[in-house]
Design a protein around this ligand. Structure first.
Ligand code: FAD
Ligand code: SF4
Length: 463
């Protein structure tokens, strides 16, 4: 047996330069070309036990698809990925691989782990240029139909799995575009809309029907849908913004991150006055929070012409939940970080916000999340000027559907209570998954939940 040569260093992906990219919404990471992908794929050891696969919540055959790249067959690689994941272009761009498959990669013990996410993106992009791999669409007229509520990653995955197995499936989406947070939240410089559209089109080609502008709980209730559909999946996310409850939050210029990003991305507010959905641009901006949502808000504000963008986060950098790659991208673009700092009041003049008074913090004992608790330092404050303040401190469950579905059991935070293995709710035949069950999490976790629920729905529908 020939021993495989170890190639220790990762092939870095080309990126737009910080000075250029902070003025445009084009993708920051440019992706691998065929040579770069081949070189990176050639580093993979093709491990028999493949610990990377265990780190992937949807169980992609990672060595299998990487081997196809080495063989010069990227379309074959795309087909391999789509055996387990319908959204490779999305996952390749936004999944936190550093905490999942790449964290488990054996190469990472001594050297750089294989850049699995970038290879996944390469394969997905080649597929879109050269033609699609096919899903066997066995949609049978004899099989019962299923409804999926919400078209975020949880709903899209559930729908894809059901269609793959021959069940007629309709996705009901409240907004006028499919994709959930992938469309209205994550900005184009990380995830271009054409990538989401392309993966939605792929699902349509596999037989999934989409009904847009349909709010379940308003346009029709879940009970009404269940008269027509034998099973339903609820993947409505957790999009209700949270505020801090501090003085001054009702001043003009204070936004929730959801509103700010939705206006900028989905409603084209960043091109005002071409589109009449203005969002404040320019000036000094504060973003409160340390997750991906905060980073996306800060970098969007910068691209919309802010003179200065300050992230204010109450713990230290180590506890920041955002992807490290995105924190580093933000730093390179000139975003300032005020860590161990927490706003206590927003100041204003004539109804417009002008500054935020922030308290300095230190780290105390770990809290329920395992992270060290931020504790205020008595008498230490800093005042930061700001004509825009964006609150990116988390979201809550949307109460509309649950409030019109009395039999749906919720937990004490308003999220849907489910069986952790199958996603089954308190209503027979009704399943749920994604952020509406876990609270804000990740794309791939939502997809994992969708996949598990689809398998359970099939069992239920087969009686
Ligand atoms: P969502 O994506 O929220 O989709 C729910 C859908 O349901 C929406 O389209 C909504 O309109 C629809 N809906 C709601 N109520 C109804 C109703 N009553 N009837 C019909 N439709 C309804 N995760 C990562 O892994 N990596 C990242 O880099 C990352 N960055 C993020 C950046 C931002 C700005 C945000 C907000 C989140 C980010 N996340 C990231 C988290 C990730 O996007 C979510 O965990 C994921 O989208 C949850 O998927 P979901 O399908 O549960 O819900
Ligand atoms: Fe390749 Fe790393 Fe997976 Fe091994 S663990 S198969 S080296 S990606």
């Amino acid at each position: 047996m020939v021993k495989k040569e170890i190639i220790p260093n990762v092939v870095h992906v080309r990126r737009q330069k910080p000075e250029e990219r902070k003025h445009n919404f084009n993708e920051v990471a440019l992706g691998y070309d065929a040579d770069e992908a081949f070189k990176e794929a050639s580093r993979c050891l093709g491990c028999k036990k493949a610990p990377c696969v265990k780190g992937c919540p949807v169980g992609i055959d990672i060595p299998g698809f990487i081997a196809k790249i080495v063989e010069g067959d990227p379309l074959g690689a795309a087909g391999k990925i789509k055996e387990s994941n319908f959204l490779p272009g999305i996952c390749g761009r936004v999944c936190p691989q550093e905490n999942q498959c790449e964290k488990e990669c054996v190469m990472g013990k001594k050297h750089d782990p294989i850049s699995i996410g970038k290879l996944e993106r390469f394969v997905a992009d080649v597929e879109s240029e050269e033609g699609s791999s096919r899903v066997e669409n066995g949609t049978g007229r004899d099989k019962p139909a299923a409804a999926v509520i919400g078209s975020g990653p949880a709903g899209l995955t559930t729908a894809g799995e059901l269609a793959r197995n021959g069940y007629p499936v309709t996705v009901f989406e409240a907004l006028h575009v499919a994709g959930g947070v992938l469309t209205y939240g994550i900005p184009e410089f990380r995830l271009p809309q054409w990538v989401v559209d392309r993966e939605v089109e792929f699902l349509k080609s596999a037989g999934v029907e989409f009904v847009l502008d349909f709010v379940v709980g308003k346009t029709a209730t879940l009970d009404e849908l269940l008269r027509e559909y034998k099973s339903a999946f609820i993947g409505i996310g957790a999009g209700t913004p949270m505020f801090m409850g501090i003085p001054g939050e009702n001043l003009n210029g204070v936004y929730s991150a959801n509103e700010f990003l939705t206006r900028a991305n989905l409603m084209s507010g960043r091109t005002f006055p071409e589109y009449d959905t203005p969002v404040k641009r320019g000036g000094k901006v504060i973003v409160v929070g340390g997750g991906n949502v905060a980073m996306d808000s800060a970098r969007t504000a910068l691209r919309m012409g802010a003179l200065e963008v300050n992230i204010v986060y109450r713990r230290s950098r180590v506890e920041m939940p955002a992807r490290i790659e995105e924190i580093e991208n933000g730093e390179e673009e000139g975003i300032n970080f005020f860590i161990l700092t927490n706003p206590v009041e927003i100041l204003g003049e004539n109804g417009e916000c002008t500054a935020a008074v922030c308290q300095k913090m230190e780290l105390g004992e770990p809290d329920d999340s395992g992270r060290r608790r931020p504790v205020p330092i008595d008498g230490e404050f800093v005042t930061l000027e700001a004509n825009t303040v964006i609150m990116a401190i988390g979201t809550n469950a949307n109460p509309l559907l649950p409030s019109t579905t009395p039999d749906l059991k919720l937990n004490r935070w308003g999220y849907i209570d489910v069986d952790p293995e199958t996603g089954l709710t308190s209503i027979p035949g009704v399943y749920a998954g994604g952020d509406i069950v876990t609270g804000s999490a990740t794309v791939i976790e939502a997809m994992g939940a969708g996949k598990a629920a689809a398998a359970a729905m099939i069992k239920h529908m087969d009686g």
